[in-house]
Design a protein around this ligand. Structure first.
Ligand SMILES: [Zn+2]
Length: 168
């Protein structure tokens, strides 16, 4: 018997399942080979330790519950796969994100440059020029106020008053 064959028969030997002749050859090789003896003793220690554990009787329907559990685990795997493919879908949107970021940065840079430009213009302006610009802004605001048809609205309010007078 060679080492490979002995190692493949260790569990059968421990379980007393070997044929008489095989059992004989196993014992002979074990007595002569230090390496196989080491492997056998390591496995036998584990084997003996398992003997200490009580035999567990499976509860009724254990097998069906076991396979049901396996099925739910399978669902988890399927769901994980589905989520991964969804992630792939969002990965496909990366060009969209990139162009959005680019657009935002271009917009921000342009705004900043415009701000810098007006700051420079203001710095170069004299005090009188700045005042003139402020007047122009005021005038523009006045135009906005002017657009509110104040007198027309006032007329409507007056008419309402007249109506309530005639009703009472
Ligand atoms: Zn050996």
């Amino acid at each position: 018997m060679d080492c490979k064959r002995l190692k493949s028969q260790i569990y059968e030997y421990l379980d007393n399942e070997l044929q008489e002749a095989d059992m004989q050859q196993f014992s002979e090789h074990l007595g002569a080979c230090a390496e196989c003896q080491k492997a056998y003793e390591a496995i036998k220690r584990t084997w003996d330790a398992l003997e200490v554990l009580p035999n567990v009787e499976p509860t009724p329907n254990y097998m069906s519950r076991f396979w049901a559990e396996v099925a739910t685990r399978q669902n988890v795997v399927d769901r994980a796969r589905a989520r991964l493919s969804q992630m792939f879908l969002t990965w496909k949107l990366v060009p969209v994100y990139v162009s959005l970021c680019l657009a935002i940065s271009v917009f921000a840079i342009r705004n900043y440059m415009q701000f810098e430009q007006s700051r420079q213009i203001l710095a170069e302006m004299s005090q009188e020029e700045i005042e003139m610009v402020e007047y122009i802004e005021l005038a523009e605001n006045y135009e906005l106020i002017d657009e509110i048809e104040f007198f027309e609205d006032f007329e409507i309010i007056q008419n309402l008053d007249d109506l309530s007078v005639t009703q009472s």
